[in-house]
Design a protein around this ligand. Structure first.
Ligand SMILES: Cc1cc2nc3c(=O)[nH]c(=O)nc-3n(C[C@H](O)[C@H](O)[C@H](O)COP(=O)(O)OP(=O)(O)OC[C@H]3O[C@@H](n4cnc5c(N)ncnc54)[C@H](O)[C@@H]3O)c2cc1C
Length: 407
């Protein structure tokens, strides 16, 4: 048992209005919203607290999401420490093209590493708002989601015994590899999938950023990207075949490819450093519709995966969590069902918009390396349009920042 989470004795005999499965950004945000309203909830997580606080992934957070966290008292550290980004830079044809999106859309991005956000959220949930949480649970199962007595069971890490927790609602926030999505009745849901047929070598380097903003290298040999994370750590991506072996990318090869694909006239040299993460991501998306069935409501990657092409996944997870947390509070505190009834539809409008933008952006990143002169030609036209048509640039800025008035 985690000693910082004291509310865990005789859980098996307790009943919680809500059980949240998964302590990622989505689950912890839902938990925090419930606790702020004085409602009990139990968060179940397969990993330890130390692991979730260290797991590197996202970094780019949209302004509306930061304001959503701030309104719920969850952005204090973020607003003190996060970097504010107002522009990105495309590199193609050996030239640099700066894209100042704040001038076009009046908004910006925040860069705050996902482990820092998760650390803030878990501290607030478990230590400040005194929410119940169990780390290291095994074999989570959901029961009777359509009946009047839903429950969640799991194998307790200390005793090896199966514990059963009764509840009114289950929030399925257990990410892409969790179990809650599979608990949706297959005849009632549709899972739409898209495979890009592309891999990205995702790298974290112990090195300062090579430029003050996000870099997108659209190169005939494949995409390369740079995302600043902190003054000491920088994320890089290199397009590679799907399923490629990370060991086929030793230090020298990685840095030579980054220098080549991100090289441009007048650009500062790429700052090299030790590679502390190196893994291959196969680019694919899915969307589960609807995101709810019976007493189960999915949020974040459990419901929909968007390849990290446009840095949208954690933003969508937070959007779902705000809606689900507020809807559960309305239902449990005031008996108002309308938020839960409209939850799935409300989330999916933004989900599909972000999926469409990711597909569009994928062609911009990868089209010149497709080995197809026709696609290379249309990709070059798309890139030129971005820097010659104010209307095209404004549309890109709006989608990149997620600032549309209505999704
Ligand atoms: C390399 C990379 C870079 C990215 N960059 C960005 C970015 O810049 N911006 C952005 O918006 N998004 C980005 N993303 C996407 C983002 O990381 C995810 O969309 C986000 O983590 C989703 O949050 P979540 O809470 O839904 O799921 P997760 O963060 O996956 O959390 C789910 C939690 O559930 C736990 N769990 C799993 N199975 C079970 C189970 N059976 N029972 C209990 N618990 C379980 C997991 O251990 C985990 O802690 C990136 C992703 C990757 C891989």
């Amino acid at each position: 048992m985690d000693e910082r989470s004291p509310r865990l004795d005789s859980l098996s005999s307790r009943r919680f209005p809500v059980v949240v499965v998964g302590a990622g950004p989505a689950g912890l945000t839902v938990g925090n919203i419930l606790r702020a309203a004085g409602l009990e909830c139990l968060v179940l997580e397969t990993e330890s607290r130390e692991v979730i606080e260290r797991r590197p992934r996202a970094g780019v957070i949209e302004e509306w999401a930061v304001r959503g966290l701030e309104r719920r008292g969850l952005a204090r550290n973020l607003l003190e420490r996060a970097g504010l980004h107002t522009a990105c830079e495309f590199r193609f044809g050996g030239e640099r093209y700066r894209f100042s999106y704040r001038e076009l859309a009046g908004s910006h991005h925040w860069v705050y590493p996902q482990p820092s956000l998760v650390t803030d959220l878990v501290r607030e949930y478990a230590d400040v708002r005194r929410g119940a949480v169990r780390f290291g649970v095994r074999d989570v199962r959901l029961h009777d989601l359509d009946g009047g007595r839903p429950s969640v069971s799991y194998v307790c890490p200390e005793t090896g015994r199966r514990e059963v927790v009764a509840c009114d609602f289950v929030a399925g926030c257990d990410g892409a590899r969790g179990v809650t999505r599979a608990a949706l009745a297959p005849e009632r849901v549709r899972v739409a999938r898209h495979d890009y047929g592309i891999g990205w070598l995702a790298l974290l380097a112990e090195a300062p950023p090579s430029a003050d903003c996000v870099l997108f290298g659209c190169h005939p040999d494949g995409f390369a990207g740079q995302m600043p994370r902190s003054p000491e750590v920088t994320r890089y991506y290199l397009q590679c075949p799907p399923g490629d072996d990370p060991d086929a990318w030793p230090h020298e090869r990685v840095w030579a490819e980054l220098r080549r694909r991100l090289g441009a006239a007048g650009a500062a040299p790429i700052a090299e450093g030790r590679l502390i993460e190196k893994r291959v991501l196969d680019m694919h998306d899915y969307v589960t519709e609807p995101m709810a069935s019976g007493r189960l409501f999915l949020a974040g990657d459990a419901a929909h995966l968007v390849a990290p092409i446009a840095a949208k996944g954690m933003n969508l997870a937070l959007h779902d969590a705000f809606l689900l947390g507020d809807a559960l509070v309305a239902r449990l505190a005031e008996g108002d069902d309308s938020g839960l009834a409209g939850y799935s539809q409300e989330c999916l409008r933004r989900v599909w918009d972000y999926q469409e933008f990711s597909q569009w952006l994928s062609e911009l990143y990868h089209g010149s390396a497709a080995g197809d002169p026709f696609r290379a030609g249309t990709t070059a036209a798309r890139l030129r349009r971005l820097f010659s048509s104010p209307a095209a640039a404004a549309a890109f800025a709006e989608q990149y920042l997620g600032t549309a008035a209505r999704y």
